[in-house]
Write a protein that binds this ligand. Structure first.
Ligand SMILES: [Zn+2]
Ligand SMILES: [Zn+2]
Length: 772
């Protein structure tokens, strides 16, 4: 670089916002500035990072370009503001202490072990060889060990472990990978693992990891403490252990996620796309549902019965890596983790049937009594409970379907902000959403609020996030349904903050969530394909075509209603709706066969039941179809019937049988189609034809309405949009007519995204009234 004259020397103050604290950002700036021959300072303050750089103007320019391009793995920049300041002849580049009294703005999300740490972990000559808590500024626990801001060791569960001189030196050295790595530790000063038997008594053994693996390979079920909670772990290839785990967890069919060493090892039982692979190996390290190979059920019997996908994940904590390292005999080859490995582990959230994830050591022994044979615990406390995140691989992309570890508390950026809103979400698969300016923070996946313990977790998560981000809401958004726990929580919060309560219709919120994710606030058409949500007419909706504008929504159409004998019972027992349809259409033989299939003497009384509210829910239509086609009569877990219907149709080309769909005053009625398809001998073809026809009929409706309304943007959302066959078909049909299609990809399309939509409905409305 050339410094021709004094006049080309400039100085700038840069204000950098984003995820720039606790992620090695200052050392990165330091190294970058040095390499460009710049002088100046860098420091953390309450708003992010402030850097002062001085030097030749071309070098300053290069510095700014590289700043955006060469970020540390966990950092992300939202904005850089530059301001010219006087040249002072600064001599060196230094990292300054954080400004006192300033609260750091962000807690980073938890991150999977980075490659550098992995190499050290399995390098015999490294001082952290086989140390189960290795981490650095590029990886390790964050959100789940932090009680409050600023994100500093004394505010985390690492506060009880004073660093040894070696660790402290790394922590203080700006050029070290562990500079200000808050959870930094080693075998001398840090946390340790403990192996316990089923009563919680210590197991005496030479090496906890080796013994744990030995017992798992011997067919035992272990509870292993992870980042955001415990996992129940067993050998996925051992059919007896897997079925024993199912028996103990009272979970007959719901699929288990498995952990495998790498793509090569996984390729025996799943097909992984390039995009899915990238996610699996990202710092977020989610579970990804990938299509099974033909060998899958033979290799992993009972893992995902009757389904065509398996959820897989890669090791993401040092303990996980050590199990695989042990399984292949502690090899000395530094590239050992790229080799094929037979070990596949079931890794399922350790909780007792729908309860929140277990996080405490004593709690684990108590609550997993009768489920786990042994426990691997440790003395680094988990402060915030956080499940694994889940994605699904689709033909063209990957879609988040449960947003938790690795993604919480990273904000969703909105196109504009407003006063703070807290939205408390719906009833099932709950999350809450808190906004501050144009940032929307979603809590981790909490679960169904039909349980007191989950309700408590939801309330605590709202409190925690509002504290750490210092949010005082002016508006509280909730569901229309007066009896939901989330609604009464919203009422309490409205009282507490003296804020205005805004109930938002469930499917309106679903569509608004997609708009928020994609930065839309102009009018859109929304196809909400969902289970049940309360409509403005007090009826259960769920197959709706809405027009959503900043001011509100209009219900343009819906599918024709079907009857639900036994009301809420139909959510699990799809055969009830099937019985009603058969009975009303004089299908006596089919009704009798169904009675046999579900083991009831007669279905006539049930079919004639007076308590049979009508619903426009597409989810319920899928449940009825799955039963009528003989694919699934009773769901043992939420969404089982539709997911098995989808699985049954895979590989079949569906026929459009729209000739069997009557459209009565604008509402497509699918009953005649269902009756015709239920007579097919080939239920797989019935499933394929059902979905193809559905896509064709819905697309046609949207296209007609879009011309009338002059709206070209269509948002797809709701729980049924997890069915990628349906959404991909819809997308294609709509795009052929040059409509623009949007879906939830980073925020789940199911009820996990509803809270974001509730908040965005409020902000859009405020913004549009402010403009008037
Ligand atoms: Zn690391
Ligand atoms: Zn140490």
């Amino acid at each position: 670089m050339s410094v021709n004259s004094k006049s080309s020397i400039r100085a700038e103050k840069l204000r950098i916002k984003g995820t720039v604290q606790g992620v090695g950002f200052r050392p990165f700036v330091f190294v970058l500035a040095k390499s460009e021959g710049l002088t100046g300072t860098v420091l953390n303050d309450g708003r992010g990072v402030e850097a002062v750089v001085e030097g030749p103007s071309e070098a300053l320019e290069r510095f700014r370009t590289r700043l955006l391009k060469e970020l540390p793995p966990l950092a992300s920049i939202e904005s850089v503001e530059a301001e010219d300041i006087p040249v002072e002849g600064r001599q060196d580049f230094v990292i300054l202490e954080s400004r006192s009294n300033s609260v750091s703005t962000v807690i980073p999300a938890d991150a999977a072990v980075c490659e550098a740490c992995l190499k050290e972990l399995t390098d015999k000559n490294n001082r952290r060889y086989r140390y189960p808590f290795i981490n650095c500024t590029h990886c390790g626990p964050r959100y789940t060990i932090t009680a409050q801001l600023p994100y500093d060791r004394p505010q985390t569960s690492m506060k009880v472990f004073p660093m040894c001189p070696d660790c402290l030196q790394e922590y203080k050295d700006p050029l070290d990978r562990r500079f200000h790595a808050q959870p930094n530790a080693c075998d001398v000063c840090g946390p340790h693992v403990e192996l316990k038997d089923k009563t919680g008594a210590p197991v005496s053994c030479e090496d906890e990891i080796a013994e744990l693996l030995r017992q798992i390979q011997g067919g035992k079920i272990a509870a292993v403490k992870g980042l955001g909670g415990f996992h129940l772990v067993c050998d996925a290839a051992n059919a007896v252990a897997v079925s024993e785990l199912r028996r103990r967890k009272h979970r007959p069919f719901k699929p288990f996620a498995v952990m495998t060493l790498n793509d090569l090892s996984a390729s025996r039982f799943v097909r992984i796309s390039e995009k899915a692979s990238k996610e699996l190996h990202s710092p977020q390290a989610p579970i990804v549902l990938c299509p099974k190979t033909n060998d899958a059920d033979r290799l992993l019997p009972g893992i995902a019965p009757e389904l065509n996908r398996i959820g897989i994940m890669m090791p993401y904590t040092p303990i996980h890596w050590l199990l695989f390292f042990e399984a292949i005999g502690r090899p000395e080859d530094p590239d050992w983790y790229k080799k094929e490995c037979d070990l596949v582990l079931v890794m399922t959230s350790a909780n007792a049937g729908g309860e929140p994830l277990v996080i405490g050591n004593d709690e684990a022994v108590q609550k997993l009594d009768g489920i786990a044979d042994l426990f691997l615990t440790h003395n680094r406390d988990i402060l915030i409970r956080c499940d694994d995140s889940v994605m699904q691989q689709r033909d063209q992309d990957v879609q988040l379907i449960r947003r938790a570890r690795g993604f919480t508390p990273v904000a969703v950026r909105l196109p504009y902000g407003g006063p703070s809103v807290i939205a408390t979400g719906p009833w099932l698969k709950n999350t809450a959403c808190l906004t501050k300016g144009d940032h929307a923070f979603l809590t981790q996946h909490i679960g169904d609020t039909d349980r007191v313990s989950n309700c408590r977790t939801l309330a605590r998560a709202v409190e925690h996030l509002s504290e750490i981000f210092e949010i005082t809401p002016k508006y509280i958004a909730c569901d229309l349904h007066p009896d939901f726990y989330s609604t009464s929580l919203a009422e309490e919060l409205a009282d507490k903050y003296d804020a205005e309560l805004v109930p938002v219709q469930h499917h309106h919120a679903h569509i608004a969530a997609v708009m928020a994710e994609h930065g839309l606030s102009e009018p859109v058409l929304g196809l909400a394909l969902d289970g049940v949500g309360l409509g403005t007419d007090n009826k259960p909706w769920g197959g709706e075509l809405l027009k959503v504008t900043p001011e509100g929504f209009e219900r343009l159409s819906s599918i024709a209603p079907i009857k639900m004998p036994g009301a809420d019972k139909c959510a699990r027992e799809g055969w009830r709706m099937a019985a009603k349809i058969f009975a009303e259409n004089g299908k006596t033989d089919a009704l009798e066969k169904l009675a046999k299939d579900v083991n009831k003497p007669s279905l006539r009384l049930i079919a004639a039941q007076a308590n049979a509210p009508e619903t426009t829910s597409l989810g319920r239509l899928f449940d009825a179809a799955a039963s009528m086609f003989g694919i699934c009569h009773i769901s043992s877990y939420e969404g089982e019937a539709p997911v098995r219907l989808q699985a049954a149709s895979e590989g079949r080309r569906g026929q459009n049988r729209a000739d069997l769909v009557e459209v009565i005053s604008g509402h497509p009625n699918f009953v005649r189609l269902l009756l015709a398809l239920s007579e097919y001998a080939d239920k797989r073809q019935a499933a394929a034809d059902f979905q193809e026809t559905l896509a064709q009929v819905l697309a046609k409706k949207v296209i007609t309405v879009s011309e009338k309304e002059q709206i070209r943007k269509v948002c797809l959302s709701g729980g049924c949009c997890l069915n990628s066959l349906l959404t991909q078909r819809l997308r294609k049909l709509l795009e052929q007519q040059e409509l623009q299609v949007y879906e939830g990809l980073k925020v789940p399309p199911n009820d996990g995204g509803v809270s974001l939509g509730q908040a965005w409905v409020v902000l859009m409305r405020l913004h549009s009234t402010a403009k008037e």
